[in-house]
Write a protein that binds this ligand. Structure first.
Ligand code: NAD
Length: 257
């Protein structure tokens, strides 16, 4: 029996990058997957995630979902009913947003980032929690933070604020949902090779990026599959006693000199 067989996962931002890799890994381990995203086409190109999973014999459905809209998140969670109902929620959708020093940043730009990266997690977690409690069979909520949610990164204050918020939001929610057997954890990737770090906030392939890479103990940037492996663990019963926890996925960068 596979690690996630019989489970259904809803993953926001699963068209591209980390979310797509999480969806693929979950399906490979036997889960049915709801791919919830603004768009169906992967930012990096290729076959849409739901189609890819079905081609490999798995079960998946795409739902158009903007995580800034609570009703969209409710609809994504309801889409899991097609496969027997939600067991796992991954609040992954996010953007890097403004890369501007605070003194040049206006409130509107700040708020637009918070709306996606923090309010979006609130919406997804609330929609999932209501359904998981109703189902009465426990569950796992995995919230996407970042190393920027563990330490402050100058130049991206809104991003750091949102990701730090996701971290403590996860711990607080774990306290609320623990009695129902629902676990809530945060994950904190470092630089992972996705459209976000290649196009939106170019790190991969830049001189600055190469210098950073040389300081990472494992001497490479992460792949989306590195993030996905941790999510499989947190979604599965292997992590049955793990909640209100943070897992950093950064090749050892944060905790070493
Ligand atoms: P990506 O841009 O490759 O993928 C993000 C996906 O989220 C896209 O498919 C996009 O359409 C979707 N999305 C964006 N806004 C949305 C919204 N409002 N509603 C629904 N879907 C939306 O980026 P990625 O690197 O895969 O990022 C995924 C998550 O991982 C983000 O939360 C990001 O902050 C986090 N993260 C990324 C890195 C990294 O180095 N790539 C590091 C730490 C954390």
């Amino acid at each position: 029996m596979s690690l996630l067989s019989g489970k259904t996962a809803v993953i926001t931002g699963a068209a591209s990058g980390n979310g797509r890799a999480i969806a693929e890994a979950f399906a490979d381990h036997g889960a049915a997957v709801v791919v919830a995203d603004l768009q169906r086409d992967p930012r990096q190109g290729g076959t849409p995630t739901d189609e890819l999973i079905e081609e490999r014999g798995g079960e998946a459905v795409f739902v158009e979902c903007d995580v800034t809209d609570y009703d969209d998140c409710v609809a994504a969670v309801e889409a899991a009913d097609e496969f027997g109902g939600i067991d796992v929620m991954v609040n992954n959708a996010g953007i890097v947003g403004p890369q501007t020093p605070l003194v040049d940043l206006d409130l509107e730009a700040y708020r637009s980032l918070i709306e996606v990266n923090l309010d979006g997690v609130f919406h997804g977690a609330k929609a999932a929690a209501l359904e998981l409690v109703e189902r009465g069979d426990g569950g796992s909520i995995i919230n996407m933070s970042s190393v920027a949610g563990m330490v402050g990164y100058g130049g991206i204050t809104p991003y750091s604020a949102a990701k730090g918020g996701v971290r403590l939001f996860s711990y607080a929610l774990a306290s609320e949902l623990g009695p129902d057997g629902i676990r809530v954890n945060a994950i904190h990737p470092g630089v992972i090779e996705t459209a976000m770090t290649i196009e939106d906030s170019p790190t991969v392939g830049t001189d600055e990026g190469e210098q950073l890479k040389a300081t990472i103990p494992l001497r490479r940037f992460g792949e989306p599959s590195d993030v996905a492996g941790v999510c499989v663990f947190l979604a599965s019963d292997l992590s049955a006693y793990v909640t209100a926890e943070s897992i950093v996925i950064d090749g050892g960068n944060l905790n070493s000199v």
